[in-house]
Design a protein around this ligand. Structure first.
Ligand SMILES: [Zn+2]
Length: 375
C-alpha cells in the first residue's frame, strides 16, 4: 500500500515520512480517528515505506522484494492483529479471509470484517491468546527485513487483555514498531495510551472522499459526487452508499416520509418495523440518506432551477416536498433527522426513535405547510 493510495491526511503522511526518514519513528504509536477514513491504509503505507529497500522521498518504491510482499499482505515481518470471533481463535488463523477482505475493500470497517467472517451479529474481540502470540513472535528475530511492524486493528477490542502487551509496548525489542488503530482513543486502557505516541486522523473533505471513491469504487462521477456529500467524510460510508445504490433505503425513506405527511400511523409502524430489521450500519445509511434528501429539498426550495443530485423518482418527490413545506419546516425536519441519527449512534431503540421523529415531523408539517401534498 502506498501513501498515494489515499487522498487526504496530508499533514499526517508528511509527519510519518519525516519520522521514517530521520529514524525517529516511535516504537509504539496509536493512530486514532473516525471509522472509514483509511487509518489502516496509512498504517499499511507506513509499514511498506519502512521496509522498502529503495524508498523514494514520498513513498515506497513498489517494485523491490519487500514492497511486492507488503503490498500483497504477505510480508513475514508485517503482522496483523484484529478482532476474531469464538474461543481461542487467533488472527493468524484468519489471514486468508483478512487478505481477501482488504484486497476487496481497503476501507473495510469492523462491521464489514465481521460480516465477511459470518459473524455479523456477534461480538468480536482480541483475545488473550492473540496477545500472547504477539508477545512471543515479536520476541523472535525478524525474517527478511531489519525491522518488524505489528499493526493492531480495532484496538478498542483489546479490552483488559491489553495489559498483556504493556511490557512489550514499554520495552519493545530493537527495530520493532507497533501501531494500534482505533476510532476513539478513550476506549483503550490508559496504561497503553500513556506509553504510545498518538496521531489523530480526521474526517476527510468531500473532495478527498470523492477522489477516494473514484479510485476505489469505479462508479460513475455523478453517483460519486452525491455519495461523497452524503458520506460525511468517511470513504467507507461512501462505498456503502454506492454499493447499495439499488438498496431499499431510498424507497423506504420516501415511503416513510409520505406516510408521515399523510399521517397514516399504522402504515408508518409497518415501515418502521422494516427499518428496525436493518442492521445498525444500514439504519445509519437510511438516516444519512434521509438527511441528504432533505438537504436537497432545502436547496430546491431556496435556489430556483437547482439541478437535483437525486435520481429521477426521488428528485421529483423532493421537488413536490419543496413546494409543500415552508423553509422553516424543512430546517426543523433536518434538525429532527440529525437527532434521529444521534439516537441511533447512541444505541437508542430504533422504533421509539422513529416514532418520536414521526411525531415531530407531523407537528412541523401541520404548522408549516404551504400546500397539499400531491402523490
Ligand atoms: Zn520498495
Amino acid at each position: 500500500m502506498y501513501f498515494n493510495d489515499i487522498s487526504g491526511h496530508v499533514e499526517q503522511k508528511r509527519l510519518i515520512r519525516q519520522m521514517v526518514n530521520s529514524g525517529s519513528t516511535p516504537h509504539a504509536q496509536i493512530f486514532h480517528g473516525p471509522s472509514g477514513i483509511g487509518k489502516l491504509i496509512i498504517a499499511r503505507a507506513f509499514a511498506s515505506y519502512l521496509l522498502c529497500q529503495d524508498k523514494k522521498e514520498d513513498d515506497s518504491c513498489g517494485v523491490c522484494a519487500a514492497c511486492i510482499k507488503s503490498h500483497k499482505l504477505i510480508h513475514p515481518d508485517i503482522h496483523f492483529t484484529f478482532p476474531t470471533i469464538g474461543v481461542n481463535v487467533l488472527p493468524s488463523q484468519m489471514m486468508t479471509q483478512w487478505r481477501s477482505l482488504l484486497h476487496e475493500n481497503a476501507f473495510a470497517t469492523y462491521h464489514d470484517w465481521l460480516k465477511s467472517i459470518g459473524g455479523e451479529n456477534k461480538q468480536g474481540n482480541i483475545n488473550k491468546e492473540a496477545c500472547n502470540q504477539m508477545v512471543k513472535i515479536l520476541g523472535l528475530k525478524s525474517f527478511e527485513s531489519k525491522q518488524k511492524v505489528w499493526i493492531i486493528w480495532g484496538g478498542e477490542y483489546l479490552g483488559k487483555e491489553g495489559n498483556r502487551l504493556l511490557k512489550l509496548i514499554e520495552e519493545p525489542p530493537d527495530e520493532t514498531f507497533i501501531i494500534i488503530l482505533l476510532d476513539d482513543i478513550e476506549r483503550i486502557l490508559g496504561t497503553i495510551r500513556s506509553r504510545c505516541q498518538s496521531l489523530k486522523l480526521n474526517y476527510l473533505s468531500d473532495g478527498d472522499v470523492g477522489y477516494n471513491l473514484q479510485k476505489w469504487s469505479g462508479a460513475d462521477q455523478e453517483k460519486i459526487n452525491a455519495a461523497a456529500i452524503m458520506s460525511d467524510g468517511s470513504v467507507a460510508a461512501g462505498l456503502n452508499i454506492l454499493s447499495e445504490s439499488n438498496s431499499p433505503f431510498n424507497a423506504l425513506w420516501l415511503d416513510w416520509i409520505k406516510k408521515v405527511i399523510t399521517d397514516e400511523a399504522y402504515e408508518i409502524s409497518l415501515i418502521s418495523d422494516e427499518i428496525a430489521k436493518l442492521n445498525k450500519e444500514q439504519q445509519k445509511y437510511f438516516v444519512q440518506y434521509a438527511i441528504f434528501f432533505m438537504r436537497e429539498v432545502f436547496v430546491l426550495k431556496t435556489i430556483p432551477g437547482h439541478k437535483s443530485k437525486l435520481d429521477n423518482i426521488q428528485g421529483a418527490a423532493a421537488g413536490r416536498l419543496a413546494e409543500f413545506w415552508k423553509i422553516e419546516a424543512i430546517e426543523e425536519i433536518i434538525h429532527h433527522l440529525n437527532d434521529l441519527q444521534l439516537g441511533i449512534v447512541r444505541n437508542g431503540n430504533i422504533k421509539i426513535l422513529l416514532f418520536d421523529t414521526y411525531l415531530h415531523i407531523r407537528a412541523v408539517s401541520k404548522k408549516l405547510k404551504v400546500a397539499e401534498v400531491k402523490n
